[in-house]
Each structure stands twice: as structure tokens, then as C-alpha cells.
Design a protein around this ligand. Structure first.
Ligand SMILES: [Zn+2]
Length: 293
């Protein structure tokens, strides 16, 4: 069993918070490539990893959310897939003190699969395979598939990562809350998603993004009821609001941390933050859980 799964038996494993939010605070402009910062501004990315480790994160995500070849092609960077992922993994590894875990972040392609869109599943799977391979080559401990709005696309990424052999994989979907319960954008429910993830070999069942910490409490209960595998939950900092075209989150770190206590008592083994969270949220979370490093 991987050491991060062993740790989850002893304590709540704390993940990091948002990367995008922090990159923007560090000066990333709208339309600029966050992926290229791994090559061009590695010290700024490393500093974000360090801040999360200092705040008490046991694990951090690499800055590779958009680093699959399908998405990088939008910026003419498909050929750089391996280089960017290897460098991102290395710099996270170097930034983190010994004993912390580095999760190789795999996000969606940004395209819809056939028949809704024009992306064929084999192309998606190949892109995810190349990314996962490069992340592992760069030294990540686990692969973390995140912010997937489509179960089919998440499964393509999961199969791709599992093709590498003995790799621990976290599989996360993004759910929305409706009157009938929690569903992905593609209409997949919690039980359906969890059983598909288990069948495809996911080591950790997860959900992140879209929902704030209040709604994540109820989703955690459903995830817990559907699986015996470790569960990772990463809420946003409440509901996003927009003012003059800028998205922001009103929730305070203390409110987030209080909800996360309920997320833990509802059955989450691992907790982190998504959009709008920062190292202060993680620091409050660690304190609220009485879960010091
Ligand atoms: Zn998010």
C-alpha cells in the first residue's frame, strides 16, 4: 500500500489549496499560460508549494492542471507536454520537505467527447497517458485526476494512469447540486461514478471544485456510503461571485475550516481546498481538525 494511503489510516491527510488563485495573486495575467510558469518562473511556482507545505499540507498538487497535449495544443505547446510535466513534477518535489507527498495533477482536456463534441476517447486517453508518464518520470508520488465534469473523460485519464503499472491514482469528479441530488455536468450520479472508478482501479475516490464547503458535507456522506476506499474532498471557498468580470469568493478561512470538520466527520479521509482557497485556508483547516503536522 502506498505511504499516503497508510497515512490516511492514521490521520486526515491534508492536501493543498488552489494553484490558479495563487498564480494570479503572484501576477499571472488573464490569458497567460500557467503551465509555462513551470519553465519560465519556476521559483514563483515553487514558492506556492512551499507556502502550502508550511501551512500544513501533507500533499501538494503539481502546476499541471492544463498540461495534457490536447489542451496544450491550444497554445501551440503540445510538443512540450513531456518537458513541462517533468519540470513541474521536479520543482514540486524539490520545493517540498522530505515526508510531503507530490500529486501529479491531471485536469480535463477542455473539449467534449464524441458524440457531444469532436474529441475521440482514444485521443484523450493517449494525451492523459503521455502526461501521467511524464509526471511519474518527474517524480510524483501519486497521480491526481481533478475537476473532471465528465465521468467518461475521468475514466479515460484513470485508465491511462493505470497503464503505467503500479501507480496510485486519485480519481476526482466535479458535481453540481440539483433538487434530485448530486450530478456531474454530463448527468452522472454519485453511485454510478464511484462504481465505475472502483472498477477501473481508482485508489482514492474524490470530488473537487464547483461546490463550496457546505454542499460538500452532504456529498461526502454520499461518497462515504458508496465506497470503502479512501475519500478525498476539496471544496471551493464557498460560492463564486462575480463583480466587474472578476470572480471572487467571500467565504473566510475560518468558515471553510468549520465546514471541513463536518466533512471529516461525514467520512472524508483526505481534505484540501479548490478555487478561492489559499495557504491561510489550509492553516485554519489544520488547526480546526487539531491535526498538526
Ligand atoms: Zn476549483
Amino acid at each position: 500500500m502506498h505511504a499516503i494511503l497508510e497515512l490516511a489510516k492514521k490521520k486526515t491527510v491534508i492536501f493543498d489549496g488552489a494553484m490558479g488563485t495563487m498564480l494570479m495573486a503572484a501576477g499571472l495575467k488573464a490569458g497567460e499560460s500557467p503551465e509555462l510558469w513551470n519553465i519560465e518562473k519556476p521559483s514563483l511556482v515553487a514558492e506556492i508549494h512551499r507556502q502550502y507545505c508550511e501551512a500544513g499540507s501533507d500533499a501538494v498538487h503539481t502546476n499541471t492542471f492544463g498540461c495534457n497535449a490536447v489542451k496544450l495544443a491550444n497554445r501551440g505547446l503540445a510538443e512540450e507536454t513531456e518537458k513541462i510535466n517533468v519540470e513541474a513534477a521536479r520543482l514540486a518535489r524539490e520545493a517540498c520537505p522530505a515526508g510531503k507527498f507530490v500529486a501529479g495533477d491531471i485536469g480535463p482536456t477542455g473539449k467534449l467527447l464524441k458524440p457531444l463534441g469532436d474529441l475521440v476517447i482514444e485521443e484523450a486517453e493517449e494525451a492523459f497517458f503521455r502526461q501521467a508518464q511524464a509526471l511519474v518520470k518527474g517524480g510524483v508520488d501519486v497521480v491526481s485526476i481533478e475537476t473532471m465534469f465528465s465521468l467518461q473523460e475521468a475514466l479515460a485519464a484513470l485508465r491511462a494512469a493505470k497503464k503505467l503499472g503500479d501507480v496510485t491514482v486519485i480519481a476526482s469528479l466535479t458535481f453540481n447540486r440539483t433538487k434530485k441530488g448530486f450530478f456531474t455536468m454530463m448527468g452522472e450520479g454519485v453511485k454510478q461514478a464511484v462504481s465505475a472508478f472502483e472498477e477501473a482501479g481508482a485508489d482514492v475516490i474524490a470530488s473537487n471544485c464547483s461546490l463550496g464547503s457546505r454542499d460538500m458535507i452532504d456529498l461526502t456522506k454520499e461518497l462515504r456510503a458508496a465506497t470503502r476506499r479512501p475519500v478525498l474532498v476539496q471544496p471551493n471557498a464557498g460560492k463564486p461571485e462575480t463583480q466587474k468580470g472578476v470572480t471572487f469568493y467571500r467565504q473566510t478561512p475560518a468558515e471553510f475550516a468549520q465546514d471541513c470538520r463536518e466533512i471529516r466527520s461525514s467520512g472524508a479521509d483526505m481534505i484540501g481546498g479548490c478555487c478561492g482557497t489559499n495557504p491561510e485556508f489550509i492553516r485554519c483547516l489544520v488547526h480546526a481538525l487539531g491535526n498538526f503536522p
